[in-house]
Design a protein around this ligand. Structure first.
Ligand SMILES: Nc1ncnc2c1ncn2[C@@H]1O[C@H](COP(=O)(O)OP(=O)(O)OP(=O)(O)O)[C@@H](O)[C@H]1O
Length: 217
């Protein structure tokens, strides 16, 4: 019997406010796999990621894991993923280390003993006792990314994760995703630029978009 684990979405449609955003979006990611989401601004990459994270209900379609539909057990779904959106969600008054401790506590399988490794991985050790409000934009992004390393959730949902990162941190990001996949994890990543994700499938949202794109001059 196959032990393939997978996460899939079938025929998703999205509406935000009164507007239809996309329709007929299907995807499937298996353990060790990755999917790159692409598309012009406003085609719905962030909306799709929020939908996959269970934060935005599909207008149509459904989500499932290899062992059952997401809507049968939303708590189990939430425990199987880490979602990193545009907002880094750092608590400004807490130090870098305290932010990671807070997230380790929040994540269902968060492991506080991994905080040291997470700090080191994203070159945050020297900043560990600094309140997050003093971090630069790229450092704040690194703090958000360090969250990925605090637990063992199989599915990483990442919205433009390299935004604001310098070259070394960008390389670390792709290395860490590769290591996650090597252990059987999955990643779905929205990007505008390059994505160093060997063997990843690509999904372009443009053909599914119901948003009229204004022509640029
Ligand atoms: N809360 C909301 N209420 C109404 N419309 C929204 C809301 N959030 C997003 N939208 C609309 O939904 C569409 C998709 O937005 P979304 O942020 O998912 O696109 P995106 O592909 O991630 O864009 P970008 O590349 O600019 O990050 C846009 O046209 C946007 O105006």
């Amino acid at each position: 019997m196959s032990d393939t684990r997978f996460f899939l979405a079938e025929n998703l449609a999205c509406a935000r406010g009164e507007r239809a955003v996309f329709r007929d979006v299907s995807l499937r990611v298996e353990n060790g796999g990755a999917l790159v989401l692409r598309g012009p601004n406003g085609t719905g990459k962030s909306s799709l990621l929020r939908m996959l994270a269970g934060l935005l209900p599909p207008f149509a379609g459904h989500l499932a894991w290899h062992d059952g539909p997401v809507d049968e057990n939303p708590d189990r779904h939430a425990a199987r993923l880490v979602y990193l959106g545009h907002a880094n969600a750092a608590q400004p008054a807490l130090t870098v280390r305290e932010n990671l401790a807070f997230w380790a506590h929040l994540q269902p399988d968060g492991q506080p003993q991994r905080i040291g490794d997470a700090l080191g991985a994203f070159a945050l050790s020297d900043l560990a006792e600094l309140p997050a409000r003093y971090l630069s934009a790229g450092q704040t992004r690194r703090l958000a990314l360090a969250r990925l390393l605090l637990g063992g959730a199989p599915l990483w949902l990442l919205d433009e994760p390299a935004t604001g990162l310098d070259a070394a941190s960008t390389a670390t990001l792709w290395e860490r995703i590769a290591a996650h996949r090597a252990l059987g994890g999955m990643a779905i990543v929205a990007v505008h630029g390059p994505a160093d994700l060997p063997g990843a499938a690509e999904l372009d949202l443009a053909p599914h978009s119901l948003i009229r794109q204004a022509a640029l001059p």
